[in-house]
Design a protein around this ligand. Sequence first.
Ligand code: CDP
Ligand code: MG
Length: 783
Amino acid sequence: FTIMPPSRDPDGQFTKNAKLGSHSLMLRKKLKDQKTVIDNKNANETMSNVVNNNNQNKRNENTISEPHASKNEEQKELIEESYEDIQNKRKQLPAYKCGNEILNIVRENQVVVIVGETGSGKTTQLPQILSKEYGKKIGITQPRRVAALSVATRVAQEMNVELGTLVGYTIRFEDKTTKDTRIKYMTDGILLRETLKDSMLYEYDCIIMDEAHERTLNTDVLLGFFKNLLAKRRDIKLIITSATMNASKFVQFFPNAPNYIIPGRTFPVTNIYTRFPVSDYLESAIQQCVKIHMSTPLNEDILIFMTGQEDVEMACGMLMEKLIAVYSSKYQEDPDKLQNEICIFPFYSTLPQDSQKQVFKPLNSTNKRKVIVSTNIAETSLTIDGIKHVIDCGYSKLKVYNPRIGLDSLQITPISQANAQQRSGRAGRTGPGTCYRLYTESTFLFEMYKETIPEIQRTNLSNVLLMLKSLGVQDVLSFPFIDPPPKVTLMTSLYELWSIGTLDNMGNLTKLGTQMAKFPLNPNLCKMLINSIALDCTEELLIIVSMLSIPNIFYRPKNAEAEADKERARFYVAGSDHITLLNVYSQWRANRYSSQWCKKHYIIYRSMQRANDIIGQLRSIMDSIVKGNMRKSRRYNSNKTNTILGIHDNNTFSSWKNVRKCIVSGYSYKNIGKRVGLNKYISLQNGMPLQLHPTSSLFGLGDLPPYVVYHELLLTTKEYITVVTAADPIWLVEYNLLFFNISCTDSAQQEIAENIQKLKEKKLKRLQDDKAMFNSNAIKELD
Ligand code: CDP
Ligand code: MG
C-alpha cells in the first residue's frame, strides 16, 4: 500500500470530497475515465446509468452488455420457498411480533414514526398489520422502483394472492394495481404525482412513507405536503419509517408524533478497517472476498457494496477470474470444485426482474457460498438473508448539483457514517458478523459526514417546483420543507422554469406549464411533446421522447464491440441522434416488433418493449391535452410501417425539419453547443468546451452544424455531449433559447448572423424586460 497525496476536488463542489484526501484515491485507475451522467433529465427517477468508458475513442457510450439474459445454471441451485416456510419466516420478524402494539399506537395518533433495523419487517409487515384495521387503501412509498416491485412481489407471496390484485405496485410507466388493490407499493414520485390529481388523497386512509431516512427529494416534498394535508384530513394516518435511529428530525417536524422503536435483534458486527487507504477499491474488494472465501465456512454468505452497475458487473467478472486463477493452482485435479462452492450474483436496480428475484432465494446446499455484489440498494431497501461478511468500498453514487455547469450529475461520492453503519449492519442479522471497510478508521471518524446531505439540498429543483406550483403552492419559498433548500438553488430553478416558458413574470404557472405538469417527464421532454402538436409531428416525438426515457437501447457485448458499433451506425440519421432513435424504433416496427431483429442489430429487446409501453402512456396524456379543441396532430396509418422514414427521403439532414425544430424547441439555454473547431463545441451558457461523444451520429462528420442542442452531458476527463441534434440558430431565437450575443467571424455564418440579428432586435428587448421584471419580482419574494 502506498499513501497517496490528497486528490483535488474536480468541480469545486462537495468540498468534503477534497478533504477525504487519499481516501478519494481509492477510486481505481479506471475511474479516471469514469463518466458522470449529467442528469439533464432531472426526472423523478434517474434513468441513466453511468457507464464505464475505457477508451474514449471507442463508440461505447450507453452501451452495456445484454443484461443477464439467462441464469439457468444458478436457478437450478436455488430453492423456491414453500408457503409454510414463508409464513414461518414471517412470524419470526420483529415487526410481525409487535403488530398489536403498532396497531394501538397508530389508532391513537395521526402520525407515527417507526424505527426498526433493516430486515425487521417494516416494509413487508406494516401494511399487512394495518390492513386489519384500515379498510380503504394503504399506500406505501419507496424511494426506489426496484424496492417497490420486489417488496410487492414478496407481500403477494406472503398473502398468497396474485401480484396486481389485492397487493400491487405502481412505478413510473408501470401500473400493476386494480381498483380492488388494498396494499399499494409505489415510488415516492408516484404518490407525489397522485397528489396532483387528488390533493386530498381520498383514495387512501393510510400512507406509509417507507425509508424516510433516505430523504429523497420526493420524500421531502411529500413530508411538507402532509404537513398541510393532515389538518384537512383528520381521518388519514401517516406512518413514517426509518432504518436509522436518528428519527428525531421527523419527530421534530411532526411534533405530536410518537416515535415507536421495533425491538431489534441484531448481533454484533466487527468492523475491520484498512491500515492505509487502498489505491483501488475494486481490486481490494476482490482480494478480500477471495481471502474470506478461502478461510471461512461455505454457509457464510458475502455481500460486497460497490457504487454502480458498471462496478458491480466488473467486480463479478474480476472475482470469477481471480477465483479461477486461485483454484487452478490449488485444486489442479478438480477444476469443478469452484462451481460447486460459490455462486456470484450482481444486484442493481436496472437488473432484469427475474435475475433480481434469484438473489433472495436460498441456495439448495449449505455447502455452497453466495456472494452478492450490489449497489447501495442492498443497504436498507432490500434485505438479503444469510449475510455474514460485508465488504464496503466506502462510496456510493449520488445525484449532485454541479454549479459549474448548472446541472445535476450522478457522482461517485464518499458515503456517510450513517451509510457505513447500515452496510455493516447487513452482516449481523442472523448472528455475529464481520464488515471489512476498505478505508481507514480515521477516514471513517474524521472525514465522513455523519449523515448524507438530503437530496433537496444538493439537486436542481425545477421538477419539484413545477409540481408545487401545479399543486397551487404560490409561495414556494415558504413551503414547509423539513430542511429548506438553499435559496440560491430555489431561485436558479425558478429562473429556469421561467426561461422555458413554464412560469410567467409573476412566477405563476403558464398554460404551457400547466400542461407540462401532466407528464411524468422532465420539463424539456414535456415541452417538446407539447410543441409537437403545433409542428404536426406528435407521433415522431412520442417515439423519440419514449426512447429517451429508457437508459439503454443498444448493447455492446465484450467480444463483439466492433460488430455492435457497426450495427449501431447503420441507424444513424445525419445530424440527429434523437432522430436516430426514432429510426431504430420505426425499423423495429417495420420488422413486426421482432426480438430476433433486435438481437441481430444489438438492440435490447426489453428496452424496445418498454418504449412501446411508454409511447402508449404518453399518448393518452397527449390526447387529454389535445382534447378536440386544439387541432389534432397527424396520425399516420400505423399499418404503413415505413411511413416515418419513408416520407423523409434518404434521411438527409434537411428532410427532418419539423421534427428537428420540435426537438430544439424543448431545450433551454443550458443545452446549446456552438461549434468552435473539429468535433468541438462550447456551451453557450458558460463557454465550457464540449466534445461530441464518439457514439453520436455527428461524430467525425466533416461538416458539422454550427449549433447543436444536446440531451446529456457526460463528465469524464473531458465534457462530452451525447444525444445531439443540429439546430438552426433561427430556431434558437424563435424558441427563446438564446439570451446571448452571437458574434460571427466565419463568412459562411454571416447570413445566419444577420438574420438572427434582425430577429433578435425585435425579441431581445422584450426578453430583457421580461427578465428584469422576473428578477425584480423574485427578489421581492426573497426579501
Ligand atoms: O423493511 P425492513 O428492512 O424492516 O424489512 P423487510 O423488507 O420487510 O424484510 C423482512 C424480511 O422479508 C427479510 O427477512 C427479507 O429477507 C424478506 N424479504 C424477502 O425475502 N424478499 C423480498 N423481496 C423482501 C423481503
Ligand atoms: Mg424496508
